[in-house]
Write a protein that binds this ligand. Structure first.
Ligand code: MF3
Ligand code: CO
Ligand code: CO
Length: 289
């Protein structure tokens, strides 16, 4: 089973094993022997793959910038979806959500008390004071990049202002907690601490995910947790951080009519920001900036 030092590395780099992931594997083995959960090789991306995800991320980011320019009071979420579709296709890419497990649109648009997976519709008109998450995943040359932002329509209530800010701070804290050879639980712990300080709650059962060769890969990235627990974060892992932050309860329900849209149980506001990032030897790289 063991790869010879001079054989090509399992990661697909084409390098000799000894010049590529041999030291990496020894480190993982050492941690594994201490009883620490470590990522399988299937979660580790090589340089070529990360380069591909970065390229997809460039289009995904430009797309969100385009949404930022076009969004205004009176626009329907269907019109946002049209923009997402047209922009993506005209860049030689494909919107990953379109047809994904039956999802009918090119992005998710989640307004106010909608937590995530809102379906764009010509019936949903954005009005002054609304907050909306637009979540886009781009496939370019087979590589997936996933990110979302909040957009604010006109003057917001203090509550709306707050939840958008806190959700952003939660994303930033979560990302800042990612370190090569750190742990998955560090991310959730950092996010939870910000939410707790602000009196907001974090959705538990929907979270981030590995991404890059598919839309949703392992591992599941929980936005609550304990520092120093969970899987080791090794260089080459690519995943999203995308905390869903609620002003009231973290409890939610799913729309029975469409099977997708997730709402807060108490009808209070929810906000979310998302990035795709890679763990590197020395730190992290955000692939959707
Ligand atoms: N982009 C979403 C995420 O962050 C996934 C949307 S799946 C869909 O994971 F089917 F709801 F579009
Ligand atoms: Co997303
Ligand atoms: Co995601």
């Amino acid at each position: 089973m063991k790869l010879g030092k001079n054989e090509p590395c399992w990661c697909g780099s084409g390098e000799k094993y000894k010049r590529c992931h041999l030291d990496f594997d020894e480190k993982l083995e050492e941690l594994h022997l201490q009883g620490i959960p470590v990522p399988p090789h299937s979660m580790i991306k090589n340089k070529k793959q990360i380069d591909g995800i970065r390229e997809s991320g460039v289009i995904n980011t430009a797309l969100l910038d385009e949404v930022a320019k076009s969004i205004h009071e009176g626009i329907t979420t269907e019109e946002i979806d049209d923009l997402v579709y047209d922009f993506t296709m005209s860049h030689g890419a494909v919107p990953a959500t379109l047809g994904y497990e039956g999802f009918p649109k090119s992005c998710c648009t989640s307004v106010n008390n909608e937590i995530c997976h809102g379906i764009p519709s010509d019936k949903v008109v954005l009005r002054e004071g609304d907050i909306v998450n637009v979540d886009v995943t781009t496939i370019y040359r087979g590589y997936f990049a996933d990110a979302s932002r909040m957009f604010c329509i006109g003057q917001l209530s203090p509550d709306a202002e707050k939840i958008v800010r806190v959700a952003r701070e939660c994303l930033e804290a979560g990302i800042a907690a990612v370190r090569p050879w750190g742990r998955l639980g560090d991310i959730g712990a950092a996010i939870q601490a910000v939410a707790q300080r602000e009196g907001c709650s974090i959705v538990r059962d929907i979270g981030g995910h590995g991404v890059g060769l598919e839309m949703h890969e392992d591992p599941y990235v929980c936005h609550v947790g304990h520092a120093g627990t969970g899987m080791v974060l090794a260089p080459g892992m690519v995943f999203t951080v995308e905390p869903m932050v609620n002003l009231g309860t973290d409890k939610f329900f799913i729309d029975k009519g469409n099977g997708w849209t997730v709402y807060t149980k108490d009808g209070k506001l929810s906000a979310q920001w998302e990035h795709t990032l890679a763990v590197t030897e020395t730190g992290i790289e955000i692939l959707t900036y």
